[in-house]
Design a protein around this ligand. Structure first.
Ligand SMILES: NC(=O)c1ccc[n+]([C@@H]2O[C@H](COP(=O)([O-])OP(=O)(O)OC[C@H]3O[C@@H](n4cnc5c(N)ncnc54)[C@H](OP(=O)(O)O)[C@@H]3O)[C@@H](O)[C@H]2O)c1
Length: 266
């Protein structure tokens, strides 16, 4: 039985996951983090039957009052970083669902995980279709040294690019850095229109009503191109299964792993 603590358990993604963990007979949901519901019972908030799941306002109080094996975080990048570091320092493992942490944040987190003999599994997107997109894009990047990513999301998404795109750019850069055909210094006109370079991968973010979350990786060769695209729907259901797999697997290694496929068999 894995004892699970969910930070952000009352949010869009966290509440769906809370129901999944609650109904999983290999897991026990032992506590949650939410400022608005501090002191309440998560079971009452989410209509879960016969359970007492305390809600805390901050991770330090939670760590001193409840015993758990794995923290899964679905809050925001700033809060997540505090939660992750505090939890690792107490010798517990962490699954990161929150997007917006940078590669530098992960370098720091990896160091703390190693120092405390604990593990972190950070997954920009738990949906199986996204895991496949990452795999297919990595295969393409082996053969095609020219690629850019377009990141589409709803107008009020505060983090840019999305966690999915940040992770994808990081992973593709590890396969190979795309060729720079015109350097920043050679560019004329509005340089910002070329987007941002993440680990050498050019990323363009679109934020408009009408979009949920989509990602498009475009690979170009002379006289041919390949587009690999993923579109998310509006519910948080596709993330639940992957997040529970991450909770199961995070204790099977030490240090940091990024991406759900890092603990899956292909
Ligand atoms: N990896 C994936 O597959 C995946 C999938 C979906 C979403 N996400 C990411 O997950 C994160 C959450 O998304 P969401 O749409 O679920 O957000 P949301 O609906 O706004 O939920 C945020 C949750 O975090 C809690 N929270 C926020 N600030 C807090 C603080 N200072 N202390 C304690 N709790 C705090 C909120 O509760 P209170 O306001 O009551 O504090 C709420 O429960 C985002 O970064 C999103 O991009 C990732």
């Amino acid at each position: 039985m894995i004892k699970v603590f969910i930070a952000g358990a009352t949010g869009w993604a966290g509440s769906e996951l809370s129901k999944g963990v609650f109904n999983n007979n290999q897991m026990q949901l032992v506590g949650a983090l939410s400022r608005k519901h501090k002191g309440e019972n998560l079971a009452d908030i989410l209509n879960l039957k016969n359970a007492d799941i305390p809600v805390f306002e901050d991770i330090e109080t939670a760590l001193s009052e409840v015993n758990f094996d794995v923290l899964i975080d679905y809050t925001n990048p700033e809060v997540a970083k505090t939660n992750i570091i505090a939890t690792l320092k107490k010798g517990k493992n962490v699954v990161v669902g929150t997007s917006g942490l940078t590669d530098d944040d992960y370098t720091e987190i990896e160091k703390i995980a190693n120092e405390n003999n604990t593990s972190v599994l950070a997954v920009g997107n738990f949906a199986i279709t996204v895991v496949l997109l990452q795999k297919f894009a990595e295969m393409a990047a082996k053969y095609i040294p020219n690629f850019e990513i377009i990141d589409y999301a709803h107008e009020d998404k505060i983090d840019s690019p999305s966690g999915t795109v940040r992770e994808l750019a990081y992973r593709l850069s590890k396969v190979q850095k795309p060729i720079v055909h015109v350097s920043d210094d050679e560019l004329v006109g509005e340089k910002a229109t070329r987007g941002a370079s993440l680990n050498g991968v050019q990323v363009h973010s679109v934020r408009l009503p009408g979009f949920v979350i989509s990602v498009e990786t475009i690979f170009g060769l002379k006289d041919e191109k390949l587009t690999i695209r993923h579109d998310s729907g509006t519910s948080a259901e596709p993330y639940v299964k992957g997040a529970m797999l991450a909770i199961e697997k995070v204790g099977t290694f030490k240090g940091l792993k990024r991406g759900l496929d890092s603990v899956m068999e292909f």
